[in-house]
Design a protein around this ligand. Sequence first.
Ligand code: GLA
Length: 411
Amino acid sequence: MRSTMIALTQRSAVKRALSRATKLLMVILLATAGFGQEPALKDAYKDAFLIGASINRAQIYERDARAVGIIRRHFNAVTAENVLKWELVHPAPDRYDFAAADRFVAFGEKYGMTIIGHTLIWHNQTPRWVFEDERGRPVSREVLLERMRDHIHTVVGRYKGRIRGWDVVNEALNEDGTLRQSPWLKIIGEDYIAKAFEFAHEADPGAELYYNDYSLENEAKRRGAIELIRKLKSQGVPITAIGLQEHNRLDWPSIAQVDETIAAFAKLGLKVNVTELDVSVLPWVEPGSDEAKRAASDPRLNPYTKGLPDEVQQRLARRYAELFKIYLKHRDVIDRVSFWNVTDADSWLNDFPARGRTDYPLLFDRAGRPKPAFYAVISVGMNRSAVGSRRAARGDESNRRTVRKTDLKAR
Ligand code: GLA
């Protein structure tokens, strides 16, 4: 009797173990194969950093269902592309309009994402009234500081505890590393930057606060940024991280420049985030130039209107793989890598630096399908976890898991 009981208990224990193993296997299969779905970007970089995207109004209001599907599957952080910029959220002196911004934050919360606020103090997309009195004359330092304080307290305060971090000051530097002669600088003076961080900290002491800029990979601008951050830190200004926008091209910046830039800011004791990643495949033209005006109809400046040749797809895929290898190298200081927009159709680069061109800067094509660059990024992320766990388990670095090149081409 006793032995029958033991046998039964053992059998059900084995059964339970088997069913647990089957369930686990199913979860793994679903996670990796997803019934024909591609692996998720955020899973490939789990435990390394967040993978984010900036989202537009049609996505925030869930009118663009295809993009929303991509965002939910692949990203765990969202940045507002426009709806938190001054001109939209605070269009007139006595009028705030939070309709779209509230929806943006609700979207992030609904899908359990990290929510990033962009941006508080910038020279662009800020209405002229901010800097002028009723007669169009520049306001005094005191008036502008008071407007800045009111804006930051109202906007940051509204989302206190819900928005993880803010791009407090955006693009304060010139290419040569000096401070940009923006109305903020001209009217308030150099301490406008410190003041903006102080106001943001008062409004939400728990929020992360960022300085965000582009082309920091170029030496002169990077040096200026380092000097600026050092000064802010020595004054006790509450700054958490630097945002590298990373609006890249196929041939700029070099991988060594990206590597050095991340290392240089990390040395200052700051976190480094990649905040606006994309890679233009089109020839650069000077914004506002005659060349830029005719670029859309010039096949040399707008060469891929009928699709991207395979050779360029592969270059883009290699470029993205190299970038993500460097980001992984610095994973201890990088909290988040965010793309600027979701699919090629949404990208601002179709209209910048020249209007009306056809660019291919992201991981999802115009129909929302993952591109070879997507699989290259996934492959880099998955190699990392495969290598990491094997190394830990067996001290064995051979036999890496890869998404094969032929796979990349086939998709
Ligand atoms: C800058 C800004 C963003 C956005 C992009 C282009 O990088 O920080 O808000 O305007 O330009 O879309």
